[in-house]
Design a protein around this ligand. Structure first.
Ligand code: NOJ
Length: 828
């Protein structure tokens, strides 16, 4: 069953059957103001922090689903019939009304046709203004004159989510609303400069034109589905100091047959004066600035997408990589995970491991933000070499203003609260930062970054020494080298990447493999910078030896050891016998032989493959076992307990590509690919344009259901693995490596890649039907060096490949900035 389709020309996903089974969401805003909305305009808006500066209210996990939202009601003044442009909350019968939702890149269009009136509500946020624009058009296609009243509606939130949800004897009496000059102003009295405005290009006169009080607009014993104001055709001119506030403006319009009218509503940050300025800007000159702002937003995304465009025989991969997977990865970097319908803003700040991985995925399309995130993470590293698991970058910025005491001001915890001890360390967190830094430098050529100096989290406010980025990296590696258990394998500490596999603080194969991967990246960077990295090369050799000695169990790679020394993820285990993390990372890390890598990945295929992707482990745990961890207290087939956890799936694609098995890599890619499930929504339920955190596994009755869209590192990894390993285009420090691993049946593919301001139009031909190996490469007609990746520095760094690959790769030297280059590659 399908509910929509990919409009690749417009980069939109079009929902043409609006009654989708769960919310299908999208994000608007790319800087300070952001909003999360679903297919029926349910959702919320915030400024900078979804926890401390929520602008509009949201009742998550509620009934009915996903309310309230940012709605436009239309009322026919003759028949008194009314509807919403976004289907819900009025929810007209779909036999009478036609609804479409177009999710675009940082905008959403809600389109509706009902009783001869064609309407559209477009939501977006201009790049450089903290204002949400609702661009509304209504066209009369009924053949007779119509009199309509249009009502906007939003419900305001008290900025701080906790204040908004509890202790109403405080919150209800410290913010007020007023209406003047066509502008609603919300004053959060307890905050300095705590104002929001809501206005539009034109409203009616008098009290019928507005409501600032939610309960007056909605009316008693009613909901957003049948507001009193809309039903009666009149607002009541309500406002008050204290109470629950809304932004409702009414405009009555007459439309002749064929006539179209445009209305623009503005919901912004700031007071009435700011609202006046915004109205002047966006509503004058026939809305030319509104149009220009929308074009700028489109150009912003066009520019990002242009950095890498592919044309392969795989339609789904083309659509996902060219648009949706990059978009999802970027949104994760911008929003940093804590604003969605699942994480509704109760947490704030940066998760160390998630942010490091997110930053690694988009240095080509968002180098500034990647760099900014890396710097925030460097400052969130302790001098002991571990990262703060969850921290706010503001903690490590010099305070310029004296702190104002208010629930909505992001608090500054005491130093001891900010800097957690070893008991709260997740052993993998900071290791991710090293490859992220290396990848940023490979992409940008910003070698000086390695020498920049930053403080550590615990030396920041005590005049402690600043150290170079390179030294920060050393501290991370030294920490992992110190924190090993009796097998010489890294301790898992509170947890590793798998939040739920705590191993009672035992040892984690994943962390040791990650340690090796980080060492490979670090040594390659160090060598490139002319540094002596021999100490770390030795460290890598020790890690490799321990991994091969202690983790190879004869069939695949063991996942770890509990604190009591029990092996997990090994053939003797009844439950949790095979794990994805240890086997994929064995290969990715470059620490193991090709032969064992193949056996490990064969076990992944044999035990973990399902038609919806690879399970995280098998068999699922059925008995609570605190030595293993919280994973044993999650139902079978859900989350980390043998669900198809999306994030590690691309690790398997990359591992297979490193082993030269292109058909297997695509088999795994296809199983998880949301695009492939567009017509299977009765099973998938969630958006087919987004990766979800996990797909329910076969041990559960809801096998195949996708859960928690958008905010997951799966997209970044999917992008990274597909582009750098399957298509095999990956920058190194001074060349662009071309090392594809594709299905043998692909005759060719093309990639347009912008790297360090030069364009590379790459055509890869596969006349002999191989999966891996470059026979010949020409750059602008001249031959290019092709080497066995195992022997080439490029592959040892980017692919971490001690695993000998099944063929040579091309190394295209960096070309002049501004140049456009033709690269022709023949596989064979
Ligand atoms: C979601 C968390 O955000 C991420 O940090 C973790 O790695 C995965 N769950 C797996 O447990």
């Amino acid at each position: 069953m399908k509910y929509g389709y990919f409009d690749n020309k417009k980069n939109e996903y079009v929902i043409d059957r609006i009654d989708v089974p769960v919310s299908w969401t999208n994000y608007i805003g790319v800087k300070d103001m952001c909003g999360v909305f679903n297919h029926t305009a349910g959702g919320y808006l915030f400024y900078k922090s979804p926890e401390y500066h929520r602008i509009t209210r949201f009742r998550p996990n509620g009934v009915p689903m996903d309310r309230p939202g940012h709605y436009v009601y239309v009322r026919d003044n003759e028949t008194k019939d009314y509807w919403t442009l976004s289907w819900q909350p009025v929810g007209k019968s779909l036999d009478d009304a036609k609804y479409i939702c177009r999710h675009g890149l940082s905008y959403i269009k809600y389109q509706c046709e009902y009783k001869g009136i064609k309407g559209e509500q477009k939501l977006f946020i201009p790049l450089d203004d903290a204002v949400e624009v609702w661009d509304v058009t209504l066209k009369n296609e009924s053949g007779k004159k119509r009199s309509l009243s249009v009502f906007s509606y939003v419900e305001f939130s008290f900025h701080h989510i906790t204040t908004d949800n509890q202790n109403f004897q405080m919150s209800l009496y410290s913010s007020g609303s007023s209406y003047k000059d066509g502008i609603i102003e919300i004053d959060l009295f307890y905050e300095p400069d705590g104002f929001q405005y809501f206005t539009s290009n034109e409203t009616d006169d008098g009290n019928a034109a507005f409501d600032c009080l939610r309960d007056s607009f909605i009316g008693q014993y009613r909901t957003e589905s049948n507001p009193l104001a809309v039903e009666s055709g009149q607002c009541s001119g309500s406002f008050e100091l204290g109470g629950n506030h809304c932004g409702a403006l009414r405009r009555t319009i007459e439309l002749n047959p064929g006539e179209e009218k445009r209305l623009v509503f503005l919901l912004g940050e700031g007071n009435r004066e700011a609202g006046k300025k915004a109205r002047e800007k966006y509503c004058s000159n026939n809305f030319s600035k509104t149009d220009a702002a929308f074009t700028e937003l489109a150009d912003f995304w066009k520019e990002k997408l242009s950095k890498l465009q592919i044309e392969t025989p795989h339609e789904g991969m083309n659509a996902m990589i060219n648009t949706w997977t990059l978009y999802q990865a970027e949104i994760n970097v911008i929003f940093s995970r804590f604003a969605s319908f699942i994480e509704v803003g109760g947490r704030t700040g940066l998760g160390y491991r998630d942010t490091s991985q997110d930053a690694m995925m988009v240095p080509h399309s968002n180098p500034e933000k990647s760099r900014a995130r890396l710097v925030e993470l460097l400052k969130g590293l302790t001098a002991a070499g571990y990262g703060l698991h969850l921290f706010s970058p503001e903690w490590f910025e010099k305070q310029t203003k004296p702190a104002f005491k208010s629930p909505t001001v992001v608090p500054m915890p005491s130093k001891s609260e900010r800097i957690h001890g070893i008991e709260d360390v997740c052993a993998d967190d900071a290791l991710w930062l090293i490859p992220a830094i290396a990848e940023y430098i490979r992409e940008t050529g910003d070698f000086n970054f390695a020498e920049e100096k930053y403080p550590y989290a615990d030396t920041f406010d005590s005049d402690g020494a600043e150290e170079s980025v390179f030294d920060h990296m050393k501290r991370i590696l030294d920490f992992s080298a110190r924190e090993v258990g009796p097998h010489g394998i890294c301790k898992g500490l509170r947890a590793d990447w798998n939040d739920c596999l705590n191993l009672g603080g035992g040892e984690s194969a994943m962390v040791s493999f990650l340690h090796h991967w980080a060492l490979v990246h670090f040594c390659a960077l160090g060598r490139k910078l002319g540094k002596d990295v021999s100490e770390y090369e030795k460290m890598a050799a020790i890690v490799k030896a321990s991994c091969e000695k202690e983790l190879w169990n004869g069939s695949w790679y063991t996942r770890g050891f509990t604190s009591a020394g029990r092996a997990i993820g090994s053939p003797d285990c009844k439950e949790g016998r095979v794990f994805m993390e240890s086997n994929t990372w064995a290969v990715l890390s470059g620490a193991v032989s090709k032969e064992r890598g193949i056996a490990a990945m064969d076990a992944v295929d044999k035990f973990l493959y399902t038609p919806f992707g690879l399970k995280l482990c098998d068999p699922a745990f059925s008995q609570p076992d605190d030595d293993v961890g919280f994973v044993t207290r999650v139902y079978k087939g859900l989350k980390e307990n043998a669900a198809i956890f999306s994030h590690p799936n691309p690790w398997a694609w990359a591992a297979e590509a490193m082993l030269g098995r292109g058909d297997r890599a695509i088999k795994f890619y296809d199983a998880l690919c949301p695009y492939n499930q567009n017509d299977l929504i009765e099973v998938r339920k969630a958006e087919p344009y987004m990766y979800c955190q996990f797909i329910t596994g076969p041990d559960h009755s809801a096998f195949g259901r996708a859960n928690h869209p958008f905010m997951t590192g799966s997209a970044g990894w999917a992008y990274f693995a597909a582009t750098r390993f399957i298509l095999g285009i990956r920058p190194d420090f001074d060349c662009l490596v071309i090392d594809p691993c594709i299905p043998a049946s692909w005759p060719s593919f093309k990639v347009r890649r912008v790297w360090r301001d030069a364009v590379y139009n790459i055509t890869v031909e596969n006349p002999n039907g191989v999966s891996k190996g470059v026979k010949e490469c020409k750059l602008n007609g001249k031959p290019v060096v092709c080497k066995d990746p195992a022997a080439s520095a490029a592959a040892v760094t980017a692919a971490g490949a001690a695993v000998a690959a099944a063929g040579a790769a091309a190394e295209v030297p960096e070309q002049a900035r501004g140049s456009e280059n033709e690269v022709r590659v023949i596989m064979g």
